[in-house]
Design a protein around this ligand. Structure first.
Ligand code: UDX
Ligand code: UDX
Length: 458
């Protein structure tokens, strides 16, 4: 079959996989190929068990796979065949050299750009899907034009705003699609080719265009603003706990101001995920690089507050359980960084589990989707840790439960049954404010929510 366009995506991760599946699903007239250097990941994409859990993803992948959606490892052939190449390889925080712990590690990006240059024998549109520091496109353009081989490359920025757990609905009905391009005749033509793809299902008023640097920067700034809201509400949660104010009431009251808005105001044990911390540190690094130290300090405080919130949660468990956790069994309810995903990257649960093990607590970890990743994250940790699928079994013989992920499943548990199976006095630390605190208190639990007064029997 002859397709209207051949689209390639390099990087079959949390972003590349679902995004390309949606393009293939919405545009049967295009051939979409996703390639990756990791053959195991590709074989999972080609199997019945996809490498990532995302509600609704299985259906659209299985419907399009083998028809107009293909997963493979032949990156070179993929490059040769495609006119449009999305690059969605990971850009982790650098762990070495200048900028270690702060700057983005661009080695995979640069390697990919060189590979595109090497394998291309026709003009291509290259699209930055990965989150990158502002001005990365310039470096890419320089690499792509370095051999003067006469082949023209246009570099566009098209950051992805999907959130895990809701990736499919975010992709199907995005608030906006942002496309940044050079403002030259060729740049604008390349931009229009990408607009045409999204216009297959996204209303045109939601497809916004910008200059390429604004587009790159907007992604970092969007994540920084979202994370800043969580750190803001979490900072106030600490104050609520000592003043008898209630963070849910405070957030509800301020969120009704339409200038503030009611989203992303849920106090929690801290934000996690692969993006927020990495992108803020990247922004901080850029600001320092340009000598904007006050701006850098401002954004860095968002990450510092998040670290404080996680540590505060651990110290609360320690002090409220009579200042010793040694030998006590604590069940961790939820290890994923948020509900509806098996992803544990930067999950607050990792930090909290490690700190509790340092205090010599025994951990029983339960999660409906993230146990496999939890085992990898805590591998080699010297402590007594077990992993249990069923939350009822996980609570048996425990002194405390710490809820770290807002899985709906935990709202609906029979806590009377759980209470009966636990050591008394039984404690529950609700790091997500998702269970009925009053009811649990009446059952007999000592209840410690985030940003609200504790309900205790002593
Ligand atoms: C993406 C973006 O790349 C990141 O910048 C953004 O901030 C979050 O979303 P994500 O899809 O979550 O990252 O990353 P990951 O799931 O790690 O997937 C990246 C994939 O690229 C991996 O499967 C990896 O094997 C692949 N890869 C990496 C390549 O194919 N080639 C490389 O050279 C490097
Ligand atoms: C985020 C951005 O939302 C998305 O636009 C971007 O493309 C990638 O980064 P993601 O990290 O997948 O998405 O999930 P998100 O829903 O933003 O949650 C991030 C973290 O914040 C989670 O740990 C979540 O539990 C926490 N959170 C979120 C809160 O603690 N309180 C809130 O009110 C909202």
């Amino acid at each position: 079959m002859k397709f209207d366009k051949n689209i390639l995506c390099i990087g079959a991760g949390y972003v590349g996989g679902p995004t390309m599946a949606m393009i293939a699903h919405k545009c049967p007239q295009y051939k979409v190929t996703v390639v990756d250097i990791n053959p195991e990941r590709i074989s999972q994409w080609n199997s019945d068990e996809l490498p990532i859990y995302e509600p609704g993803l299985d259906e659209i992948v299985k419907a399009a796979r083998g028809k107009n959606l293909f997963f493979g490892t032949d990156i070179e052939e993929g490059i040769r065949d495609a006119g449009i190449i999305f690059v969605s390889v990971n850009t982790p925080t650098k762990t070495f050299g200048a900028g270690a712990g702060m700057a983005a590690d661009l080695q995979y990006w640069e390697k990919t750009a060189r590979q595109i240059l090497q394998c291309s024998d026709s003009p291509k549109i290259i699209i930055e899907k990965s989150t990158l520091p502002v001005k990365t496109a310039l470096a890419m353009e320089r690499i792509l034009t370095s051999t003067h081989n006469g082949i023209h490359f246009d570099v566009l920025s098209n950051p992805e705003f999907l959130a895990e757990g809701t990736a499919i609905s975010d992709l199907e009905s995005p608030d906006r699609v942002l496309i940044g391009s050079r403002q030259t005749e060729r740049g604008l033509k390349a931009r229009d080719a990408l607009v045409e793809i999204y216009a297959n299902w996204v209303p045109e008023e939601r497809i916004i265009t910008a200059n390429i640097w604004s587009s790159e920067l907007s992604k970092l700034v969007a994540n920084a603003f979202l994370a800043q809201r969580i750190s803001s509400v979490n900072s106030i949660s600490a104050l609520c706990e000592i003043t008898d104010a209630d963070i849910t009431e405070v957030a509800g009251a301020i969120g009704m101001d339409s200038r503030i808005g009611d989203k992303f105001l849920k106090a929690s044990v801290g934000f996690g995920g692969s993006c927020f911390k990495k992108d803020i540190l990247n922004l901080v690094y850029l600001c320092r690089h340009y000598g904007l130290h006050e701006v850098a300090d401002y954004w860095e405080s968002v990450v510092r507050l998040n670290d404080y919130q996680k540590e505060r949660f651990v110290l609360r468990i320690l002090t409220d359980m009579f200042n010793t956790l040694a030998g006590k069994r604590i069940s961790i309810f939820g290890f994923a960084f948020k509900a509806d995903t098996g992803d544990t990257r930067e999950s607050p649960a990792i930090f909290i589990a490690k700190r509790l093990v340092e205090e010599k607590a025994e951990l029983v970890i339960t999660d409906p989707k993230a146990l496999k990743n939890a085992k990898i994250d805590l591998d080699g940790l010297d402590g007594n840790i077990s992993y249990v699928e069923d939350p009822y079994d996980a609570a048996v013989g425990c002194h405390a439960i710490a809820i770290l992920t807002e899985w709906n499943l935990y709202r609906e548990l029979d806590f009377e049954k759980i209470y009966r199976s636990m050591v008394k006095p039984a404690f529950i630390f609700d790091g997500r404010n998702i269970v009925d605190h009053k009811k649990l208190f009446e059952i007999g639990f000592n209840v410690f929510p985030i940003g609200k007064s504790a309900l205790t029997h002593f």
